[in-house]
Unconditional design. Sequence first.
Length: 337
Amino acid sequence: MPKKDCILNLPGYSIKKVSGENPVYIEVTYRCIVRCVHCGNKKLRKKDSFIRRIRHESIGLRRSYLCIKAHKYYCPACGRYFNQRFPGIGKYQRASESLRKQVFHYHSKRVSQKDLARDLKLGKSTVERWYHYGYELRHKKILNRSCPRVLGLDEHSFNRKVGYATTFCDLAKHKIFDVVEGRSEKDLEGYLNTLEGKDKVQVVCIDLSSSYRKLIRRYFPNAMIVADRFHVIRLLNQFCLQTYQQIDPDMKYQRGLLAALRTNPNNLTVKRLNKRERYLQQQPVIAALYYFKQRLHRLLMRKHRTAKRCTRLIPLFLKLVTSLKESHFESLKTLGK
């Protein structure tokens, strides 16, 4: 019989015999070295043997049982007796962890207790108990996990009653790490104090808020603060529009023109493109600023670049930032800084 773990979804077992239709009885043996559960000694004496019948996850629509021959051992090193333990099967349990995970998964998908109890021949209280057990395991996993190497912070407002919430993201794996209620240092203090592995965080990506900078310097001392691309581009558009309005105060009354200057040229209609071109021909100063902004925007939008390619773009980026700092407009100087 095959020794592959993928059939049973349990490590270290070999299938000897399969019988029955529904339920399916699978006779298995444990092929790994048995150690003393108290001292870890490998030299053990067998004192007795017995058969454990364990409920296992369903195979298709059929229930299954694992029939495992277990032994009672005596350890000469520590002088203690113990029954053999098996990975994936808890002590004194008559169901495998895989079956518990299956119940938790289907109950989370809104399969009722009644249907699960009928299909798996379980009691409703057992389904409820296993469901709470699954949540406890997930909660422990969340509490014990370490901070990601590249962390992203952002705030979100849901409604006036709920208020703000801060989202922590693992940017290296493109996953949400956690969501915490509140956005101030007082709201996040309790959560950040319990967080493990804060000294291992190398990069923290945030918006340009000064409150988050103080928070990161305090709780993530070894992290480098990086501005979020979305907020940088948003700030670029905001300061450039302010500069346009300083040059041409009547622009703020022309919504169509503002939308044409703010929108990506690839997404503009022919009508708005013509309107934008006519206006830029009449305002050469705004035209120069607009094309400069588009050049910087295209540079910031270059994604999925390796470190070597990013190194080549750094001189161009620094040149554009220097041009902003040397500008005669205060808003562009502030943006450059």
